[in-house]
Design a binder for this molecule. Structure first.
Ligand SMILES: Cc1ncc(COP(=O)(O)O)c(C=O)c1O
Length: 407
């Protein structure tokens, strides 16, 4: 594809209007929105207003005057069309790891006769570590099987099946509907991590009968570094589940200051401590970048961008790299992974040329395509630059091999 052809696709892009909602440095090709979303244009003013006018002028009174106390549910409601859930099934709180601990703990506790938490091997580390810790504490076994064996491994001893919806390495997608159906047929609950799918592809939590889900606020949702996470609890389960991290914000009447815990009704029982208001302010602006955006358009563009990248890279320098993402676009979400023996150095050389992706040990280069702000022309240009670096071996320099703390 020529740059001109790519520019024609950009001119016809139904999501082109959303690019203006972000501040991105000129001449930078940012393909890492799957790790940290770009800065929404509205964030600086939103943070300044929350800090200066609300916190500065109205101080503690802001919990009532500006309704801070309800922001975890008010802001979460904006996620509803993005993940296909009812507004009252969503909450913004804590980090993804903590939300996962709460929901997985609640799920396992709700199936006391069952002794197995089922997951997949090579899952995202935090998901494995949370499950390992919980299993140990609750006297359960954590069973991790290859991704394509999960459905077959669900049995009458399975309390909960926990999976990352879109694999953080390969971008392959689990079939939510099929996993939920298989789990329910055996009486187990499902706990999904949507970190690499929320905001990248269309999700229908209610339509596919999901039980519980969590996800990152700072990736495709553009909530900023360390943004609070979100959690989903299906309406039908809310009053039966118990959070293992009980705190005063999840109490039925936090300001009664009672000695004994009484869970709030519905989703609020999954709150624990005081909401992070500045984090919520930025995340709200992040979620607003999805206003008037169809998730079908987002998913379609994600597939086109990733396919163009695969085709262009393989055509120009296919012998140098190996595709580690599914070749069938229907099995892939919004990022693409190529393997190269010196992936770290190649990625550093790319970053030096203003193309930002990331490296995942030991040999993977990961490129995330954020449909709200990445263009077709950028994708073609990134493939050209990658080919240039690989063919000229310009990555093979000591300055590109010095590992930073964060990769
Ligand atoms: C699948 C998945 N889950 C969770 C996380 C991070 O969790 P936390 O926000 O608690 O750091 C990531 C981060 O990249 C992730 O990829």
């Amino acid at each position: 594809m020529t740059r001109e052809e790519a520019e024609q696709l950009d001119a016809a892009d139904p999501l082109a209007f959303a690019r203006e909602r972000f501040i991105l440095p000129e001449n930078l090709i940012y393909l890492d929105g799957n790790s940290l979303g770009a800065l929404p244009r509205a964030v600086p003013a939103m943070l300044a207003d929350t800090a200066e006018r609300q916190w500065g002028d109205d101080l503690i009174g802001s919990w009532n005057k500006h309704g801070w106390i309800d922001w975890p549910t008010r802001v979460a409601a904006k996620l509803s069309p993005i993940v296909g859930a009812q507004t009252h099934e969503l909450l913004i709180a804590d980090s993804t790891s903590v939300c996962l601990f709460k929901l997985l703990g609640a799920a396992a506790h709700a199936r006391p006769q069952r002794k197995t938490i089922l997951t997949q091997q090579r899952n995202f580390p935090t998901d494995l570590y949370v499950a390992q810790g919980l299993a140990e504490m609750m006297g359960l076994q954590l069973k991790a099987v290859p991704a394509d064996e999960v459905i077959g491994a669900i049995d009458a001893d399975t309390a909960a099946v926990t999976l990352v919806h879109v694999d953080y390495r390969s971008a392959s997608i689990h079939d939510m509907r099929a996993v939920n159906a298989a789990a329910h047929a055996e009486g187990a609950l499902t706990v999904w991590d949507l970190s690499h799918s929320a905001g990248a592809i269309a999700i229908d939590l209610d339509g596919t009968a999901c039980d519980l889900a969590v996800g990152c606020g700072y990736k495709y949702l553009n909530g900023g570094p360390g943004a609070p996470a979100f959690l989903f609890v299906a309406d039908r389960l809310q009053n039966d589940l118990q959070s293992p991290l009980q705190g005063w914000m999840g109490h039925a009447d936090p300001f009664a200051f009672e000695d004994d815990y009484r869970p709030a009704r519905a989703i609020n029982r999954f709150l624990t401590g005081t909401p992070s208001i500045l984090g919520l302010a930025a995340l709200e602006a992040g979620l607003d970048t999805f206003a008037d955006v169809s998730m079908r358009d987002v998913e379609a563009k994600a597939r086109i961008l990733s396919q163009i990248f695969i085709d262009e890279v393989e055509m120009r320098c296919g012998a140098e790299v190996r595709l580690e993402s599914p070749r069938d676009p229907r099995e892939r979400a919004s990022h693409v992974v190529f393997a190269h023996a010196d992936a770290y150095a190649v990625m550093q050389a790319l970053i030096d040329r203003n193309v930002i992706g990331d490296f995942r040990a030991p040999t993977l280069m990961r490129f995330g395509f954020a449909p709200l702000y990445n263009t077709h022309a950028q994708v073609v240009a990134a493939a050209e630059i990658l080919a240039d670096i690989l063919i000229a071996r310009s990555w093979d320099q000591p300055r590109f091999k010095d590992r930073a703390k964060v990769t």
